[in-house]
Every structure is written in structure tokens, then in C-alpha cells.
Write a protein that binds this ligand. Structure first.
Ligand SMILES: Nc1ncnc2c1ncn2[C@@H]1O[C@H](COP(=O)(O)OP(=O)(O)OP(=O)(O)O)[C@@H](O)[C@H]1O
Ligand SMILES: [Mg+2]
Length: 265
């Protein structure tokens, strides 16, 4: 479904992503891990066309070359993503945040003027119902009319998930969806993600630094270090890969949790 070849991105002298190949099957749950600054978010920013890749890079989706297409075109084709730092409209209601997510994706064409107001209203009603169903799915239906700024961090993460889903994606890319959550809320969020994946037959790519989450939920794990892909395979094999262990343990910044997890395996 997603076929990335020779993907690279430089920022000045820094190579943030270096000749990365990535192939994701339809329906797969793919984990992306790597130390801080290893290029994970940049990879997402390239696929969703927030950044333009270096010449020679190629990104194909559903068999079509989408390299350098504008972001709204990428979204229209069925690729949605969340951001590591949440981008929520705090003054708008929870429901409005979803509707905005949807509208920025599906635009009314000239057809809307021709078919008439009644049909547009009917469509609006149907859409609102769809968004309410989505809010129900992520457990926020009761908060639909509340200003998004009043939500807890856990609820904001769920809203970001709902908003990405409002674009009716085929491929959903989540950048550290559980960052900043308590263990209980991490489990809750992950359960919701997996339920959405099943319900909508999504293909999922998840950047996650909580290794337990990746190891338990992903079919395949891709490991980046200094922008390069250093390992790829099933979670069990990745856990024992010496390059992966070195990439993490070699970093002074590798946190205690990561060390403990890798050493225990
Ligand atoms: N817009 C930018 N301008 C300049 N440098 C950037 C930019 N975006 C990312 N970088 C650099 O590219 C490298 C990769 O960053 P990236 O955010 O992709 O890492 P990451 O793996 O997502 O890290 P983290 O785990 O901390 O989120 C880092 O050195 C970062 O400082
Ligand atoms: Mg990142």
C-alpha cells in the first residue's frame, strides 16, 4: 500500500532521513522506533508532504507516485496523520474539531451549488452523525459540545485520533499517540487505536517510544538511527537485534525504561 524508496531529507548540513526504504502492506500495523532525533517525525512529514524530500526519493501509495504532491492531495488519497505536538483548535468544540478535520479534506465542489441547499443540508446532517459516531468510538461523545481546550491530555489525544479518522483514511500515521499519558491512559488509547484499526480495516504506522506498546501491538517494527534504517522485522527479533540495542544504549539520553526493557529481554 505504501512504498517508500530511497527517501532522504536534509536540513542544511544535517541528514535527517537517509535513503530510507519502507514498504507497508495493506492492513498491517507497523511500528517505527528509534532514539530522539533519529528522523521518525521527519519521515511522517515527508510522507504527508509537510516537507519536500531530496531528489531521487520516491513515495508511492496504492500504486501511484505521490512524491511532492500537495498535502491536501495526499489526504484526499487516504493518508491521515496526527502530530507529535497536538494541533487542536482549543476554542472550538470537540465536534467542530472533527468537522474541520473532515472539511479540510472533502471539499464541496461546484456540484454543491447545482444540487441545491436541501441536499447540502442533508449531507451536513449525515456528516454530523458520522462525526458523532466517531466521537462515540473514541469515547468523547459526551464532550461533543465542550470547548476542546477544556479536555484533559488523555482526551486531547483521543480527539486528535478522532480528527485524523474524520478524514476517512486508509492509512493512518500516528506520531507518539500516547505521549504524556499515564499507563492506564496509554492502555485505553491503544485499545481505541486497535479497535479503530479493526473496525475500519486501517493500515497503521505508529511512531512510539514506549517499546512495550510497539512490541505488543505491531506486526513489524522499523528502527531508525541518525536518519538511517538500521533494522526491520517482527518485534521479537528487533528486541534482540544488537544494532537496535546499541542505538539505544549508546545514547546517554536513552531513558531508564528503555534500558531496562532491552536488558530484560
Ligand atoms: N524543520 C527542521 N529544521 C531543521 N532541523 C530539523 C527540522 N525538523 C527536524 N529536524 C532535525 O532532524 C533530525 C530528526 O528529527 P525528527 O524530529 O524527525 O526526530 P524524531 O526521531 O522524531 O525525534 P523525537 O523522538 O525526539 O521525536 C533532528 O536532528 C532534528 O533536530
Ligand atoms: Mg518525533
Amino acid at each position: 500500500m505504501l512504498e517508500v524508496t530511497n527517501l532522504s531529507k536534509r536540513f542544511g548540513g544535517l541528514v535527517a532521513v537517509a535513503n530510507v526504504d519502507l514498504s507497508v502492506r495493506q492492513g498491517e500495523i507497523r511500528g517505527i522506533i528509534g532514539p530522539n532525533g533519529s528522523g521518525k517525525s521527519t519521515l511522517f512529514n515527508l510522507i504527508s508532504s509537510v516537507y519536500k524530500p531530496e531528489p531521487g526519493s520516491r513515495i508511492a501509495f496504492d500504486g501511484e507516485d505521490i512524491t511532492g504532491r500537495p498535502p491536501h492531495d495526499i489526504a484526499r488519497r487516504g493518508i491521515a496523520r496526527t502530530f507529535q505536538l497536538l494541533r487542536i483548535f482549543t476554542q472550538m468544540s470537540v465536534l467542530e474539531n472533527l468537522l474541520i478535520g473532515h472539511h479540510s479534506h472533502v471539499r464541496y465542489g461546484v456540484g454543491a451549488a447545482v444540487v441545491g441547499a436541501a441536499r447540502v443540508w442533508a449531507e451536513e446532517r449525515r456528516l454530523k452523525q458520522e462525526m458523532m459516531d466517531l466521537l462515540g468510538f473514541v469515547g468523547l461523545a459526551d464532550y461533543a459540545e465542550m470547548a476542546a481546550g477544556e479536555l484533559s491530555i488523555g482526551q486531547r489525544r483521543l480527539l486528535a485520533l478522532g480528527r485524523a479518522m474524520a478524514m476517512r483514511p486508509k492509512l493512518l500515521m500516528l506520531d507518539e499517540p500516547a505521549a504524556g499519558l499515564s499507563p492506564v491512559n496509554v492502555d485505553k488509547l491503544l485499545n481505541t487505536v486497535m479497535a479503530l484499526q479493526k473496525r475500519f480495516g486501517l493500515t497503521l504506522v505508529i511512531i512510539e517510544h514506549i517499546l512495550k506498546v510497539v512490541m505488543e501491538s505491531c506486526d513489524t517494527v522499523t528502527v531508525l538511527d541518525h536518519g538511517e534504517k538500521i533494522a526491520e522485522g517482527p518485534p521479537a527479533a528487533i528486541k534482540d537485534d544488537h544494532r537496535v540495542i546499541e542505538a539505544y544504549l549508546g545514547k546517554e539520553m536513552a531513558d531508564a525504561e528503555v534500558r531496562a526493557f532491552l536488558k530484560a529481554s
